[in-house]
Design a protein around this ligand. Structure first.
Ligand SMILES: Cc1cc2nc3c(=O)[nH]c(=O)nc-3n(C[C@H](O)[C@H](O)[C@H](O)COP(=O)(O)O)c2cc1C
Ligand SMILES: Nc1ncnc2c1ncn2[C@@H]1O[C@H](COP(=O)(O)OP(=O)(O)OP(=O)(O)O)[C@@H](O)[C@H]1O
Length: 323
């Protein structure tokens, strides 16, 4: 997939393109339905497939105080859009100027003149442009004027709920990782570089842990202990992760620490990915390292039982290998 960072980077005309547009944070099953429609439409005529998205996320510009946490980084989002079969990702810089562009001007400038869209795919509730005037009815009118077809995808629902980035964020914040899996069609994943912790894990508690640097923007699951799958250099391992403040030791900063099963290498500075499978318990303040150690032994047992029954681990691991 080619990533274009501005309209100026479009150097050649597209061939009979099918296009979709959105923020696509998390690339959940609703977004995936849009990409599938784009791929289906274009494949009939060997046309180009294009997704248009925005950076930073529009809410960060329109409501800077909202402290929005994102499900996926741009890099992860682009990987997932590529996996969905899209060939071109056009990422437009979202600023106050773009936000105030009238919808008709955006359609003429971007969809018609720059891209030459033949099919435009949008979700059931899509609207863009100044004051959200570019809704699906407006787009259909534009399509009649400029000669492109607008396809509206019905809402994708799971267990009676419309799949949305907002819903995924809410479930992650509540630690409801099984439900998150259903909405994303994959495990929720956090990524990070392993840093040196307080060096108590192995020596004091008896469970060495890889400490992840959490970024300001990261959407972190609810504080607690989780059963996880760890991906390191394309290899997959089981593990247990604590997201929290380590109250037993009186620490205050939020950290994510993973104990990887059957693993004893030094991985400081390495990038790892953690698929979060299921929440096991709340984080607790223990009387000391011995009591904490006993509890972690139980957590390891619980996680191993969960992993032994988990059907989707191999697929999730293979998914990481085609990157
Ligand atoms: C599976 C697991 C569960 C944990 N649960 C708790 C807990 O409930 N309360 C707590 O204070 N710390 C908990 N911890 C964090 C330990 O306190 C932490 O791993 C230890 O302090 C080592 O820190 P360090 O890696 O910074 O040296 C847990 C860690 C793991 C791996
Ligand atoms: N469940 C869904 N079914 C079908 N289309 C969807 C679904 N969710 C989002 N879309 C469509 O995907 C496109 C991108 O939408 P957007 O990135 O705003 O996603 P969203 O999940 O609705 O996000 P948010 O929850 O932040 O509003 C839009 O055309 C939108 O209508």
């Amino acid at each position: 997939m080619q990533i274009l960072r501005s309209l100026e980077e479009i150097k050649r005309p597209f061939f009979r393109p099918a296009v979709t547009i959105g923020n696509f944070d998390g690339v959940h099953l609703g977004h995936q339905a849009l990409f599938k429609k784009v791929v289906d439409l274009a494949s009939k005529r060997d046309g180009d497939t294009i997704a248009i998205t925005f950076e930073p996320h529009p809410l960060k510009v329109l409501r800077p105080k909202s402290s929005l946490k994102l499900i996926s980084t741009f890099e992860h989002k682009a990987e997932l859009i590529k996996k969905a079969g899209i060939e071109w990702l056009l990422c437009l810089r979202f600023d106050k100027e773009l936000a105030s562009t009238p919808a008709r001007e955006f359609v003429e400038r971007v969809f018609v003149r720059k891209i030459g869209v033949e099919d435009l795919v949008v979700g059931y509730d899509y609207a863009f442009g100044k004051g959200r005037e570019g809704d699906r009815e407006f787009l259909k009118t534009m399509g009649d004027i400029f000669g492109f077809k607008v396809h509206v995808v019905d809402p994708v629902m799971i267990d009676g709920v419309i799949v949305s980035s907002t819903k995924v964020r809410e479930l992650v914040s509540n630690g409801e990782m099984r439900r998150v899996y259903k909405l994303l069609g994959r495990y929720y994943q956090i990524r990070g570089v392993v840093r040196v912790g307080k060096r108590r894990g192995g020596s004091v508690v008896g469970f060495p842990t890889a400490n992840l640097v959490l970024e300001e923007d990261d959407l972190c699951p609810k504080v607690g202990v989780y059963c996880v799958q760890v991906i390191l250099d394309s290899q997959c391992f089981g593990g247990v992760m604590n997201i929290g403040y380590n109250p037993t030791f009186g620490d205050t900063g939020l950290s994510a620490e993973v104990h990887i099963f059957d693993f004893d290498k030094d991985i400081y500075g390495k990038a790892i990915k953690v698929n979060i499978i299921q929440r096991i318990r709340d984080e607790k303040k223990f009387s000391g390292p011995l009591e904490l150690r006993e509890q972690i032994c139980k957590d390891v047992e619980t996680a191993k039982l969960i992993l032994a029954k988990e059907q989707n681990l191999t697929r999730a691991c293979l998914d990481e290998q085609d990157d």
